[in-house]
Design a protein around this ligand. Sequence first.
Ligand code: NAD
Length: 377
Amino acid sequence: QIVFIAKESDPGEPRVAGSVESVKKLKSLGFDVVVEAGAGLHSRVPDAEYEKAGARIGSAADAKEADVVLKVRRPSPQEIAGYRSGAIVIAIMDPYGNEEAIAAMAGAGLTAFAMELMPRITRAQSMDVLSSQANLAGYQAVVDAAHEYDRALPMMMTAAGTVPAAKVFVMGAGVAGLQAIATARRMGAMVSATDVRPAAKEQVASLGAKFIAVEDEEFKAAETAGGYAKEMSKDYQVKQAALVAEHIAKQDIVVTTALIPGRPAPRLVTREMLDAMKPGSVVVDLAVERGGNVEGAEAGKVVELGGVKVVGHLNVPGRIAASASLLYAKNLVTFLETMVSKETKALALNMEDELVKATALTHGGAVVHPAFGGANG
Ligand code: NAD
């Protein structure tokens, strides 16, 4: 059985779906591994390293022989044409709003898995790409903010005078936000944070940051059973905006990470709020790809609005590609391992498995995921 680790065709994607460790693991599971030449270039894994781990270096044409194709992004139509019918393809599929592309994978006879649909249960924690990548994005957001900020983050008492500590405000204290808080704290900043989920309060405090939020009745009920945020009422949003406006004017750096599943990102920072910030302040919008938390943020750009730098980098985990690939490759191989029979080492896909059910988009020539028109409830 052959696993093919593809080189990403999207020039905006520096990550790779395989690491030295994951190749070794795949070999131990009984797979032959083919890595497309140059696949690890931007994640700092040279072909020779994959070879040393036991992989063969091949070309795109080798995908045709593969039983399993591992990728970072959903395959393009050209790539799909190069896979054999019946092959398993595992990637971050970005399925919402891309029903045509899903149908194309079904049409090609692929069994396609979307890693981002992995349920957030204990058994699947080591396969949770949203967490592995958001964690690094939260770190990188603070590094990017520090890079754009023309002052030091920690307080520095020197013979030549004192540099004050930067004030950092993190909006949205999920996986990315909590890592942003921890990173800013490590860099010596004074950190505060907000979220609409009451569970976040304690987590923020445990990282040594101050929690800022409108803690009314709605806030106390704002968490869904899945642990996600709900879209808040207009009334709450107005109260939240007033509190944030006052707080933000005193901040040097703001990192926004707020998302609501299946909805556009909530607008948390207005132009007015940006105007109230000191010149030279930095705002990093990690939600920019989902519509943005910050008014005026532009995807893929750093823009200056009223003297405030608004950072809207795309694919933030890709900005720390070597680490992101390492964790992503581990997520993939852990998931694939669940599909391999321990006795025979053969691929033995169980369509009834909870993880398979949650992530399988297409199988046997059809779309199977219920969220995308499939019948596989
Ligand atoms: P996310 O990426 O969906 O959203 C980021 C954060 O934005 C969330 O904390 C959310 O509450 C917050 N937010 C939404 N609207 C907001 C608003 N108007 N103002 C301020 N903040 C707002 O979230 P996530 O990082 O994926 O984490 C969601 C939850 O899932 C967390 O509780 C996390 O701890 C949990 N989680 C559990 C597991 C697991 O059990 N395996 C794994 C990962 C995450």
